[in-house]
Write a protein that binds this ligand. Structure first.
Ligand code: CUA
Length: 346
């Protein structure tokens, strides 16, 4: 067998290795916004300790098994010209059996101690935690601020260093709530209330993602967690609770009128429109970072495209494609939505 033949046998493995290495690549200095190995708060940090501990043990076992396997394959293979030998058959080896029963017991016991500690620590939600209900919908998130008494869509604004207790629910199928840099994922199950808590140590925008396959647009079911100063948060809450201010700008006024005809059955704007709960509450749309449950930046062009036909970016959602709005009507709705702000301006 020539060296060429060996190489061709190895090729698939080389490709697989290459693909793995590439998958781990990020541009130099690029910040990974969904990196669960980069904790931004105490909850994920504790969970990561467990992950690392388990990784060390399983990694070590993996290496030992691989090395022994390779050694056995090389040492006991049938060499060229050698006759086929059937190895001596062994049935039962008490010492070995005791060893491979005891060693896993010891390893699992070592891992169990910190696991149980962390599990107890996690179940002990800080008493001053702010309470939020997160409700999963195909394919977006509603966030109800229980103490403050309003609902946000797809963006969870919280004060820095403030523990937040999230009750997880679902309106339809099973979703999973995941903020990779802040806490491990927990399922959102219909007719059931799960909880998790987190606290973020640094102001900024964190990415959230549904982590349970929930239909066509599962991959585009995302959200943002905006961590802000306490002052920013207080201002945001005050703005959200303030009475509705009708737009004064003529174009925005036109947008408001179109909105009241076409959009209010599904979308709420607090103090203005009624009971639309089929789509996200849009009361602070002008201040949000993203559109369409975290899939597009909240910029004028994207917002226009979204209002005109959301199926361009997210096929199958409940908001129908092409409302029959004329381009200038789309523009007016967008100007109106952008005028709906809460919190200090950037
Ligand atoms: Cu919701 Cu995946």
């Amino acid at each position: 067998m020539g060296p060429k033949r060996h190489l061709s046998r190895l090729l698939p493995y080389l490709f697989a290795l290459g693909a793995l290495l590439l998958a781990g690549c990020a541009g130099a200095g690029e910040k990974l916004l969904q990196n669960p190995m980069d904790p931004a708060g105490p909850v994920l940090r504790e969970q990561l300790k467990l992950l690392n501990l388990t990784l060390w043990f399983t990694g070590l076992i993996g290496v030992i098994v691989a090395v022994v396997s390779i050694y056995v394959v090389l040492r006991f293979r049938q060499k060229p010209g050698q006759e086929k030998v059937v190895p001596k058959q062994v049935e039962g080896n008490t010492k070995l059996e005791i060893a491979w029963t005891l060693i896993p017991i010891i390893i699992l016991s070592i891992v169990a101690v910190p696991t149980v500690q962390v599990a107890f620590w996690l179940s002990n939600t800080p008493k001053d935690a702010m309470k939020v209900r997160a409700i999963g919908n195909q394919w977006w998130f509603a966030f109800e601020y229980e103490e403050q008494g309003f609902v946000e869509g797809n963006e969870l604004i919280v004060p820095v260093n403030k523990p937040v207790l999230v009750t997880l629910e679902s309106n339809d199928v099973i979703h999973s709530f995941w903020i990779p840099q802040l806490a491990g994922k927990v399922d959102m199950i219909p007719n059931r209330k799960n909880t998790l808590w987190f606290s973020a140590e640094k102001e900024g925008l964190y990415y959230g993602q549904c982590a349970e396959f929930c239909g066509l647009q599962h991959a585009k079911m995302r959200f943002r967690v905006r961590v802000v100063s306490q002052a920013h948060f207080d201002q945001f809450v005050a703005d959200r609770k303030a009475p509705y201010k009708a737009p004064t700008d003529a174009v925005a006024k036109k947008g408001e009128e179109i909105f009241s005809q076409k959009c209010v059955n599904c979308h709420n704007i607090d103090g203005f429109s009624g009971k639309g709960k089929i789509g996200p509450n849009l009361s602070s749309m002008g201040s949000r970072a993203s559109i369409g449950a975290g899939i597009l930046p909240n910029e004028t062009q994207y917002l226009k495209e979204w209002v005109a036909n959301p199926w361009t970016y997210k096929e199958g959602i409940k908001m129908p494609p092409g409302f029959g709005l004329k381009p200038e009507e789309v523009d007016a709705v967008v100007v109106y939505l952008q005028s709906l702000k809460a919190g200090p301006s950037k």
